[in-house]
Design a protein around this ligand. Structure first.
Ligand SMILES: [Zn+2]
Length: 441
């Protein structure tokens, strides 16, 4: 039986009919089968969920996350993780004591955090993908989980990691909302050209994508100029990377003149403005990338590098930072920012062409915010799009649906036991620190 969701306002993201007030969405088999304005009496019946005074919008997509890293949230405050010293001092010093059994609770905490703040799909990139997968499947979130690869030119490490990445991608159940991807940590930095060739071959063979850090601080360009006399994106194009679904996380230092190489490809930039700001790094050239025709998506990165995984905040920071640094108010418009967090995210994660918009044929991934929590100015003074970007907190999201299933309703996360996971996370953190102290570090 189809389910019908009714609300006073639906921001569809579909340019043909952006706002329906009120509107109704008919969902069947995880997909939207119809969406329309309600003109007469509101639909009623056992299959109708009437969210009444709510704004419904497409679920947000976090295009760059590291879910296990909730266990280290807070340890890197005041340190830039985009520098090698900062990374070694904090994260690496803890990660060396991290073991698989300490991962699941941290993942559950991250999943609950995302669902709570209106994220319906995410791209993960870390080690321990085997420990990440079960929790994600239970949570009902849509995801691309990339098997993190660091090989540093070592033949044995490369062979081992590629075999493991293959086995992991093949272990993800068919028909689930999850795909296993390949996660080279950073091209040329810790994945040498030989590894990149093998990763391209693997992703092509399995029909999956790649998710890597890129242009956090210019190391790829420095390497490629020294080695090949050309910028990194030119070398990456030759290696076939731009023919695949490819998430390039950060993009802080990507040369603007190189952006046209990404236009019309399946590669996307996942920008994380909060992390650029907190790490004292340059910001990604969002306006220039959009103008060049690049798919720009948004992510949170890890919660050590960022302060949270609230994509409403990340959208707001993106808009403010772009205006601040260009000295141009509204340099990236509210509608563009919403598209970055919704339809562009689905495109970056290799979704269907209309996914991320509320329209017939798209996946039924949506969220609701009570109207009184969208602190909109008077109609005529402020657009709903501006209010969603600049006046709304992710903590106000009341309902989160993925593929036609409610993961959160009435403000309660239904598919992850957040409280239990939070208590276990503290125990796991104490174990981690106990190991560190015992090792005299
Ligand atoms: Zn990252």
């Amino acid at each position: 039986m189809t389910e019908i969701i009714v609300a006073d306002h639906i921001w569809t993201g579909d340019p043909a009919q952006p706002l329906l007030s009120p509107g109704a969405i008919e969902v069947d088999g995880g997909v939207i089968v119809s969406i329309s304005a309600v003109t007469g009496a509101r639909p009623a019946g056992a299959n109708v969920t009437d969210l009444r005074a709510s704004v419904v919008l497409p679920g947000l997509v976090n295009a760059h996350a590291h879910t296990p890293m909730s266990i280290m949230r807070g340890i890197a405050e005041g340190v830039s993780l985009l520098t090698m010293e900062g990374f070694l001092q904090t994260l690496r010093g803890h990660e060396e004591f991290l073991t698989p059994e300490l991962v699941p609770a941290a993942v559950d905490v991250s999943l609950a955090d995302m669902i709570r703040h209106g994220t319906t799909m995410f791209a993960d990139q870390y080690f321990y993908a085997d420990e990440i997968l079960p929790g994600v499947l239970r949570s009902g979130m849509r995801a691309r989980i990339a098997w993190g690869i660091v090989e540093l030119g070592d033949d044995e490490a490369r062979a081992r990691e590629l075999a493991a990445a293959t086995a992991f991608a093949e272990s993800v159940p068919d028909g689930s909302l999850v795909q296993g991807w390949v996660g080279p940590h950073a091209f040329f930095v810790d994945n040498q050209p030989e590894a990149i060739r093998a990763e391209v071959e693997l992703a092509t063979r399995l029909g999956i994508g790649l998710h890597a850090h890129f242009s956090t601080s210019g190391e790829e360009d420095a390497f490629c100029h020294a080695e090949y006399g050309r910028p990194a994106l030119e070398v990456m194009k030759e290696l076939g990377l731009l023919d695949l679904p490819l998430i390039l996380a950060h993009g802080n230092t990507v040369p603007v003149a190189q952006l046209p190489l990404l236009a019309g490809t399946r590669a996307a930039m996942a920008v994380i403005p909060s992390v650029a700001m907190m790490s004292g790094a340059p910001e990604a050239p969002v306006r220039e990338a959009l103008d060049a025709g690049v798919t720009v998506a948004i992510g949170s990165d890890n919660v050590c590098n960022n302060t949270n995984a609230d994509l409403f905040e990340e959208m707001r920071v993106l808009g403010k930072l772009a205006a601040f640094s260009s000295r141009t108010p509204n340099q990236v418009t509210s509608r563009e920012i919403l598209e970055i967090a919704t339809v562009n995210g689905h495109r970056a994660l290799a979704g269907g062409p209309d996914d991320g918009r509320l329209m017939a044929g798209a996946v039924a991934d949506l969220i609701a915010v009570p109207v009184h929590e969208v602190r909109r100015g008077p109609v005529g003074a402020q657009s709903l799009e501006s209010a969603l970007v600049y006046c709304t907190s992710g903590a106000s999201v009341s309902h989160t649906m993925v593929g036609g299933s409610w993961l959160m309703s009435e403000g309660i996360v239904r598919t992850v036991d957040d409280e239990r996971a939070g208590a276990q996370l503290q125990t796991d953190f104490n174990t981690l620190i106990g190991r560190k102290v015992a090792a005299g570090k």
